[in-house]
Design a protein around this ligand. Structure first.
Ligand code: PLP
Length: 410
């Protein structure tokens, strides 16, 4: 048997260095470091992107207690649905515009009303989505916009960070989303009064919790040790192949989330690790962008497939590239390609396995959708696949991926 090549991680995560792990001195203020990086007055650090959503939605709920619904894209991370349910709010899922990640404006208008608390436009896979339309729709009914930039830290719109012009935006610092504390999140709020309200919710409801912080610190050390070509087989490749062997795509994609959402403060050590790694993020992202743009060309030239770009509705969009999201000609071709290549360690994966209503395990928190409903989100879920933009996917291996995709697309 041929020797198995090292597993490529499914996204371009920023590796840690030994020096990042030193004991914190005066460099443990991640909120200030991220505020400088993003060019905003203030950032609120929480223990996950999901926790940012919980804090933000709770603050909005206090301001408008009669509003009970949150509108999210039908194709997104199931944690979004869990966060909405955690806050005692109702989820409304919105279809996408055909062939894009933008919310379908017609469906969005139908969903928005006096009961709407927030609309959550989402920048999936680093790709910038149309926020202006969502914001206009939210404003018209007196609701707020909460941008989900969990997968887009570092994305720019014009000369500013993604998200800073709408009501609120959050970023995830989980494993695989670029900069990581193993788990963490950053919330940015435009209006000073609303920002104060979010800070207050956090101060009142998010406890210090030594147990969680210790666990996350050990997990972050594990990440520092194992997030390298020699370590990924053990921590990523092996469990992935076991899940695929069971036919459990939801586990393979990491979509099998625990409904319990941990809420706790982020300790000084993990913050200091984040501050030090953040210093390397701009270069890492710039190299990722150059590689992705080159490979996007190559993919379209070699295979005739299309790679999802930033929304044409966003002038001056410059998203990040944790992955290249590829639109396959059909669900059968996508499934054949993913069956052959997902477990092969060459960086292919599914961003999410289903549209939100199609996960049996989240039926409690996601309203059911009829067979013909949400056609575009469901089509996307069937046809999309992601190619890792990790620097460890070298050119030779990327070319093999291109050739395989060309074969499966015929
Ligand atoms: C990961 C993710 C979240 C949640 O962020 P965590 O930090 O993992 O809690 C929310 N939305 C999207 C689109 C995500 O990918």
């Amino acid at each position: 048997m041929a020797e198995r090549l090292a597993d490529v991680p499914p996204t371009a995560g920023l590796p840690l260095r030994a020096g990042d792990l030193a004991w914190p001195g005066t460099d443990a203020d991640l909120a200030s470091a991220l505020a400088r990086f993003l060019g905003v007055p203030q950032v609120q650090i929480e223990c996950s992107g999901t926790a940012c959503m919980v804090v933000a939605l709770t603050a909005l709920k206090r301001l408008a207690p009669t509003r009970t619904e949150v509108v999210v894209p039908a194709y997104t991370c199931p944690l979004v649905a869990l966060a909405v349910a955690h806050c005692g709010l109702q989820l409304r899922v919105c279809d996408l515009q055909p062939g894009t990640l933008d919310l379908d404006p017609v469906h969005l208008h139908q969903l928005c009303g006096p009961q709407t608390l927030a609309v959550v436009p989402t920048h999936l896979g680093g790709r910038l989505t149309d926020v202006a339309t969502a914001q206009a729709c939210a404003r018209a009914v007196g609701a707020w916009t909460l941008e989900d930039a969990a997968q887009a830290l570092g994305a720019r719109v014009g000369d500013g960070s993604v998200g800073v012009h709408s009501d609120m935006v959050f970023f995830s610092l989980a494993v695989g989303k670029g900069l990581t504390l193993f788990e963490g999140g950053a919330l940015v709020v435009h209006d000073p009064a609303l920002r104060q309200a979010c800070a207050q919710v956090s101060a009142e409801t998010v406890p210090r919790h030594r147990g969680w912080e210790l666990r996350r610190s050990i997990e972050l050390l594990g990440y520092a040790l194992c997030y390298r070509p020699a370590g990924l087989g053990l921590v990523y490749g092996r469990p992935l192949r076991q899940a695929l062997k069971r036919g459990d795509w939801v586990a393979a994609a990491g979509d099998d989330f625990d409904p319990e959402i941990p809420l706790h403060r982020v300790g000084r050590w993990r913050q200091a690790v984040g501050v030090r790694a953040l210093a390397r993020l701009p270069d890492f992202l710039a190299q990722g962008t150059a590689r992705a743009l080159r490979r996007r060309e190559q993919l379209t030239r070699v295979t005739g497939l299309s790679v999802l770009g930033d929304s044409p509705a966003v002038p001056g969009a410059a998203g990040t590239w944790p992955v290249l999201m590829v639109w396959m000609p059909g669900a059968a071709q996508r499934d054949a390609a993913i069956r052959a290549l997902w477990g092969a360690g060459c960086g292919l994966s599914l961003p999410f396995v289903h549209a939100l209503p199609d996960y049996p395990r989240y039926a409690r928190v996601v309203p059911a959708a009829e067979a013909g409903a949400l056609p575009h989100a469901r089509e996307l879920a069937g046809r999309l696949l992601a190619i890792s933009n990790s620097p460890w996917l070298d050119d030779a291996r990327f070319e093999q991926v291109c050739a395989a995709l060309a074969r499966f697309s015929r």
